[in-house]
Design a protein around this ligand. Structure first.
Ligand code: PLP
Length: 387
């Protein structure tokens, strides 16, 4: 296998280890770094997995996934996302990350170009390069002043070699969601081209602003070209369970996705699929509570940053994160994050992890409970004041 230089150890994992205090035994680290919801997996889901094991769901299953789960996911996509999904368009994968890898593996050919919005989830570029080492990644930055989508820059980057545009809203790391104007501009741009759209919607259910989530596959003029990625990690706090899915309307692409799944994973763990089926039928009061926590944490961060002359914040609207502009401190993101960890025992993620042009930002996770988050933000403000 050709290992491209872009495929390095996951820096995010290194910082997550630091955040867990793994490298600093005995020291209490406040983590504003992690990408996992702060609530436990709902007990009904845990019990469903136990029951499935007792019922003998311990064997291989269909590579596409349990038929009942695929039907239920198609129903969810119809009801929540306005996507004309059928069960045959769904494949259940071990995590949204693997769903994305299967999609990239199925569509990319040598010389293809893919448009990637930066800052981005740190696994995107390695995943593209694993799928096709000779794919050209065209990074397009969000606008620095407001972390808005630069539709004109995307329009400039799209060309005849563009195989796909990779989008992720709610966005990791900025917490941005798409505004109505951005949605319309992007949809009309995509309507003029023949490229695929890969829409990673893993943070869909974590919305703490006033903006409604949008799925590109809900637009009939684009629907046949949109691959939607989603999963249970963030919506049901099931990060360690490893289950996600993809919706692929194109049957040729889906056949290739299925072949990759057969040879790479065989299937997603059968009893975990059964638990996911139960998850989709749970009342979502737990999410309302958690989104209220995120909303409160976000407001708290905004208030604290407003009092720090060398920090600037475009507040998060969805997902777990806010992306803080630290350019006025004059520090690199790594130096800022290391200084904060050394001086105040608070872990954040340096912006450079999300793209070379983002060394003047840090990512703050709002996943922690209110008291822990408030303590972490106080220390962050104290550190910024000391620079
Ligand atoms: N996509 C984005 C944007 C993410 O931030 C993450 C995880 O942090 C994933 C995908 C992976 O999700 P999963 O845990 O379901 O593989």
């Amino acid at each position: 296998m050709k290992i491209s230089p872009e495929i390095q150890d996951s820096i995010e994992t290194r910082f997550a280890d630091l955040a867990r205090g793994k490298n600093r035994p005995g020291e209490r680290i406040i983590s504003l770094g992690l990408g996992e919801p702060g609530f436990p997996t709902p007990p009904e889901i845990v019990e469903a997995a136990h029951q499935a094991l007792r019922d003998g769901m311990t064997r291989y299953s269909n590579p596409y996934g349990l038929p009942a789960l695929r039907r239920r996911i198609a129903q969810k996509l119809q009801d929540d996302n306005g996507i004309a999904a059928e069960a045959d368009d769904i494949l259940v994968a071990p995590g949204a990350k693997m769903a994305l890898s299967l999609a990239l593996g199925a569509i990319l050919r040598p010389g293809d170009e893919i448009i990637n919005i930066t800052p981005c989830y740190p696994s995107y570029v390695p995943q593209i390069k694993i799928a096709e080492p000779d794919c050209v990644v065209r990074n397009v930055d969000l606008r620095k002043q407001d972390l808005g989508v630069d539709v004109a820059a995307i329009a400039q980057a799209i060309g005849p070699a563009t195989r796909a545009v990779l989008l992720n809203f709610p966005h990791n790391p900025s917490g941005r969601m798409l505004a109505a104007g951005e949605i319309e501009a992007l949809c009309s741009l995509f309507a003029e081209h023949r490229c695929l759209i890969i829409s990673d919607e893993i943070y869909e259910r974590l919305d703490h602003g006033d903006i409604a989530h949008f799925s590109f596959a809900s637009r009939p003029e684009l629907a046949g070209r949109v691959i939607t990625i989603n999963g249970f990690s963030k919506s049901h706090s099931m990060t360690g369970w490893r289950i996600g899915y993809l919706h692929v309307p194109d049957r040729d692409i889906m056949r290739t996705v299925s072949r990759l799944q057969q040879h790479l994973n065989t299937n997603t763990a059968t009893f975990i699929q059964q638990a996911a089926l139960v998850a989709l039928d749970l009342p979502e009061a737990f999410l309302d509570d958690y989104n209220a926590t995120l909303r409160g944490n976000c407001a708290l961060l905004q208030r604290a940053v407003a009092a720090c002359p060398n920090l600037r914040l475009t507040a998060g609207e969805g997902g777990l994160f806010s992306f803080l502009d630290i350019s006025a401190t004059g520090l690199t993101s790594d130096a800022f994050a290391s200084g904060l960890l050394e001086g105040q025992s608070v872990a954040v993620t340096p912006g450079v992890v999300f793209g070379a042009n983002w060394d003047d930002h840090i990512r703050v996770s709002m996943a922690a409970d209110r008291a822990t988050f408030a303590e972490g933000v106080d220390k962050l403000a104290a550190y910024a004041g000391s620079i």
